[in-house]
Design a protein around this ligand. Structure first.
Ligand SMILES: [Zn+2]
Length: 128
């Protein structure tokens, strides 16, 4: 907490992610982004499940964005929630709602992967 960083540009970024501005064109909503990423991955009979899953992802992301805005307000933004180090500016500009630094994010992803491997090993019937 040596010097206070200015996150006002990131705040604008986050606000626009949450509420796309009324400029007419709205190509950059989270909904479109996620839907586009998923559109080619599943066939039709899974569509309803996918839509639900997408909605959950969107809701999750909105919560993350709101949390990020709150952290900007209370001054804790830009600090890794896991190790307490500053998250690099580049990362915040790419993923404004990031709460972990790159190192911790990688660790979490590895943990998640090993959890999935464990689940597949012990509960193979639950794979869908
Ligand atoms: Zn960290």
């Amino acid at each position: 907490m040596s010097k206070k960083e200015d996150f006002s540009d990131i705040k604008i970024l986050l606000t626009e992610m949450l509420e796309p501005s009324n400029k007419g064109e709205q190509n950059d909503t989270i909904e479109d982004e996620i839907a586009a990423g998923n559109s080619t991955t599943r066939n039709n009979n899974k569509q309803i499940d996918m839509n639900l899953a997408i909605k959950e992802i969107i809701d999750d992301r909105k919560i993350q964005i709101k949390n990020a805005l709150e952290r900007i307000e209370n001054g804790s933004y830009g600090t890794c929630l896991s190790c307490g180090k500053a998250i690099v500016r580049e990362r915040l500009e790419a993923i404004p709602e990031a709460i972990f630094c790159i190192d911790c994010q990688k660790k979490k992803e590895r943990q998640a992967e090993s959890m999935i491997n464990l689940r597949d090993t012990f509960f193979p019937d639950q794979i869908n």
